[in-house]
Design a protein. Sequence first.
Length: 63
Amino acid sequence: MAQRACEHAGDGGYVRLRVMGLLMVARIQGTPASASTLARAAAIAKRLEDPELWVRVERAQGR
């Protein structure tokens, strides 16, 4: 359901919500499976230049 929420958020133009959904998916996946999901979230957060999202991604990455 979390993955579907990410797809719908992105399809609707809610890219910020997609990042938060990807972070939720990564938490469910656990490591090491979450590495690619976190990389996607980080790339989007960087393109959005959203410092709050970037902090959330870094926290999820264990930084």
